[in-house]
Design a protein around this ligand. Sequence first.
Ligand code: PXP
Length: 249
Amino acid sequence: MQPLGKLRLGVNIDHVATVRNARGGAYPDPLRAARLAEQAGADGITAHLREDRRHISDADIDGLMEVLSVPLNFEMAATEEMQKIALRHKPHAICLVPEKREERTTEGGLEVAREENRLAHYIAPLREAGCRVSIFIAADRKQIEAAARIGAQVIELHTGAYCDSHAEGRMDDHDRELQALRDMSAYAHSLGLEVHAGHGLTYDTVQPIAAFPEVMELNIGHFIIGEAIFRGLVPAIEEMRRLMDEVRG
Ligand code: PXP
């Protein structure tokens, strides 16, 4: 199978806001990071407005909608409050993620199969408003089928377990996770879903995922923002872009 097109890079700027919020001031500014990411070749900016506002704030979303020239991928939990905010802004893309207050980051994929009816009703007005709706899910056949049935246009496969097993040297688990992601990316594509992937990706783990021909977009944040401390934000993004382009040709 030939690559289906250019692999897009969405740069997640949440952790610029995490650093800002550690002191409660105005810097570092996530909007400035977003503009630099655009310059560095990001195809989109991703930001997660969490219910507890631990990093990105409502004002950040207002600002991003105003200044961005690339699309905003707005990550949010499937709550009434977030639906209202999304419908006010009508961002290019919405990615529904599960959210637990006690978690450090988005730990698992969304449970779509058990909430099919509610989620189908939840995403309908978002789609009608012109937003591309994506669902962040595990590489699980049942969840993918449910995502297709509720009318999502996109699924984003959770690469966290694949990345964690690599970092911890559990290479059998790593190979198994990679195979599941590969199989489910092909399966989702066969159902007509656009396939994205993300969570925990680094320079060491990005290429095998970028090599899946069905994957159209990767969303990467934490590693890039960390690496920016050492190389600067633009070179950190450019290197990720280079690694992605290397495998996609
Ligand atoms: N995709 C989704 C749906 C996410 O929730 C996150 C984390 O906010 C990411 C991608 C990016 O993950 P990371 O910051 O670990 O690169």
